[in-house]
Design a protein around this ligand. Structure first.
Ligand code: XMP
Length: 331
């Protein structure tokens, strides 16, 4: 609509004015905020923007390719895809503590991003002068009011707060004044696909905190396939009363890999394979959350498909814990 159109024109003019002819780099994660920031900045300055997409190997099924198809294939943006999955998995070997895993993933993420940024600085005559981030208004409030809100860190959320200064870059944050729903509307108006813009939140450490204990490639590969089935069926099942899909009716839904084996039976044989848990919650603020009362028919379809299609998993459970006292993620 015209209101959003006006907003885009103003934001574009403002970015051009700030940046002039200088170069900008942006860390693209595939999440809503960095994607919308990238699309907006690209609209404003085109090839003066370079996106760095760090693929830590803990993304969802085909996620990396989807990000590249969208930003390179459709928007024609410059994106450097740093495939660092071996590096991340190597650093995570033997580590099972959730906070230790978060620190490693967050730390390596910054290291890889800095290496790519340094390469860029070496390349052009000018080099990047700006670091763009998809900071939105609630992030601004949260960091301002953090002292009073939480005395202890329950889970350290990975952020790149100190990065601009360290890299000697100026900070470009075009979404700083927007709420999440406004960011989503902006994304759609900029031509990003509805499914990308209305995707459930995904944690920075990705599948690293959805594989309980030690992270292994074998586990990540099984989990990606099981999770893709769960998400696909959440999109397929509609609630009669509201006409909405169960994906829309849940705030966050995902699959958790449990590194334990249980006995099953298949044909004439016995199986001894891994277990996954399905998690689906409804919440308005993610501080408290109820487990979603998914229809049995949906759970039945998902468990049948996972056990039949993902060899290596022979049991599916549903998590019926609310937050508090449980958290949304299992780690
Ligand atoms: P919990 O598990 O604490 O999750 O109830 C609340 C919300 O935060 C997300 N979450 C994270 N996001 N880095 C992130 O970027 C993290 O380390 C992290 N841990 C949890 C979680 O997915 C949920 O939306």
């Amino acid at each position: 609509d015209w209101v959003m159109g006006d907003y885009i024109s103003e934001a574009v003019a403002h970015i051009r004015e700030q940046v002039g002819d200088e170069e900008v780099i942006l860390g693209l994660s595939g999440g809503v905020d960095s994607s919308v920031a990238a699309a907006l900045i690209h609209r404003a300055i085109g090839d003066q923007l370079t996106c760095v997409f760090v693929d830590h190997g803990l993304l969802r099924l085909n996620e990396g390719d989807m990000v590249m198809d969208m930003f390179v294939g459709k928007l024609h943006a410059k994106v450097i895809r740093a495939d660092a999955s071996d590096l991340f998995l190597g650093k995570l070997a033997g580590v099972s503590d959730p906070e230790a895993k978060r620190k490693i993933i967050g730390g390596e993420f910054v290291t890889v991003f800095k290496q790519e940024a340094a390469k860029l600085k070496g390349e052009g005559a000018k080099g990047a002068k700006w670091l763009a981030q998809g900071t939105i208004y609630p992030d601004v409030i949260e960091s301002g009011g953090a002292k009073s809100k939480k005395a202890v860190t329950i889970k350290s959320h990975h952020n790149v707060g100190g990065l601009p200064a360290e890299l000697g870059l100026k900070l470009l944050e075009p979404l700083r004044e927007l709420f999440k729903d406004e960011v989503r509307e902006l994304g759609v108006a900029l031509g990003l696909p509805y499914n990308m813009v209305y995707r459930h939140p995904f944690p920075g450490p990705g599948l690293g905190v959805r594989i309980l204990g030690e992270v292994k490639k074998e586990y990540a590969d099984l989990l990606r396939r099981a999770d893709a089935i769960f998400i696909e069926e959440l999109h397929n099942f509609k609630d009669e009363a509201t006409g909405k899909t169960w994906y829309q009716l849940t705030s966050q839904a995902f699959t958790v890999f449990l590194p334990v084996k249980s006995v099953g039976v298949m044909g004439d044989g016995r199986t001894y394979d891994y277990v996954v848990a399905l998690r689906a919650v409804q919440t308005s603020d993610f501080m408290t959350a109820d487990w979603a009362e998914l229809p049995y028919a949906l759970l039945k379809k998902v468990s049948g498909r996972i056990i039949n299609e993902v060899r290596g998993i022979n049991r599916v459970t549903y998590d019926v814990s609310s937050k508090p006292p449980a958290t949304i993620e299992w780690e």
